[in-house]
Ligand binder design. Structure first.
Ligand SMILES: C[S@@+](CC[C@H](N)C(=O)[O-])C[C@H]1O[C@@H](n2cnc3c(N)ncnc32)[C@H](O)[C@@H]1O
Length: 289
């Protein structure tokens, strides 16, 4: 691979190669170079005439070849942005998705209109901790209990807490199987982006997702409803009156979740399906008077 190449040359050749696997080839190439040179993207653009060292060249080649095998860039760089914060990620956790920011926004909007008092919050399936940590960071009234079945995911979530909001006392992570979770207390807010892809669709997912992201974070069982059934039970037994629940949905499967919610809550609560920024039906909210 390259001998004495300038940043501009490596950027151009990396961008070109990435066209095979990414629609964001330019951005991804910049991120790879910025990561390798340990500078921000804007700083990178002031260094276009610099020459890469041998080890920097090798590092770019290695990242590029992994990316060309469909490894998601966030795993290669070890981080992903979510709601203006940079979260550590590894293959133990789902890469935070932009549409999940919309779910967080719904919860924050609900909480904003509540009287100032502690709001007991449950996040089921926390992964990197992106939802739980954002809620705790953005609204000091939210006291968040975040659970996950995966010990390695929780390690990442706890690391993110230490990096992003070390002094915040309003968040607790616990290792728990949702299906054996019988909390003694009630919550004001229940939120989850659960595994929701029906097994058959999961098996057909694109390689960059299926071969790299944890199946346990994605596969929602045969009909994609396995987790919602349990979450709705929790809403019934453990949501305070006046409480709010919100869940992310598979836009392909939202009608089935809506029907299930209506079977459970049509009489007692207001049920809404809401779109993400791309206009796809992405969120379910259940509000109790
Ligand atoms: C779709 S991911 C969501 C991760 C993160 N909250 C986000 O939005 O990016 C679902 C999470 O649920 C966790 N999970 C799967 N089965 C579980 C179970 N039975 N009990 C608790 N957590 C579970 C997975 O480990 C994964 O972290």
């Amino acid at each position: 691979m390259p001998q004495k190449n300038t940043v501009a040359e490596v950027l151009a050749s990396t961008t070109d190669s990435l066209k095979q696997v990414s629609d964001n080839h330019g951005l991804e190439a910049e991120l790879i170079l910025a990561h390798t040179l340990k500078v921000s993207r804007s700083k990178l653009l002031t260094k276009l005439g610099d020459t890469l060292t041998l080890s920097q060249n090798k590092k770019v080649s290695k990242l590029l070849s992994q990316r060309l095998k469909n490894a998601p860039l966030a795993y290669l760089l070890g981080s992903a942005w979510f709601y203006r914060r940079e979260f550590k990620v590894s293959q133990a956790v789902l890469i935070p998705r932009p549409e999940t920011e919309g779910l967080v926004e719904l919860a924050l909007n609900w909480a904003k209109n509540k009287a100032k008092r502690p709001l007991k919050t449950l996040e089921a399936g926390t992964g990197s901790g992106c939802i739980a940590l954002t809620l705790a960071a953005e609204n000091k009234n939210l006291q968040v209990l975040a659970l996950d079945i995966s010990a390695s995911a929780l390690q990442i979530a706890r690391k993110n807490k230490e990096i992003l909001i070390p002094a915040n006392k309003h968040i607790t992570f616990i290792k728990k199987d949702l299906f054996n979770f019988k909390p003694q207390k009630k919550f004001d807010l229940i939120i989850s982006n659960p595994p929701y892809i029906p097994t058959n669709s999961y098996l057909k997912l694109e390689k960059s997702v299926k071969d790299f992201e944890p199946r346990i974070a994605l596969d929602g069982g045969m009909d994609g409803l396995r987790y919602y059934r349990k979450l709705f039970e929790l809403v019934k037994t453990n949501l305070e009156s006046g409480g709010f629940a919100c869940f992310e949905l598979d836009a392909e499967n939202y009608l089935k979740v809506k029907e299930l919610a209506e079977q459970n809550f049509a009489v007692s609560a207001e049920i809404k399906i809401l779109p993400d920024l791309a206009g796809r039906n992405r969120y379910l909210t259940i509000s109790f008077a």
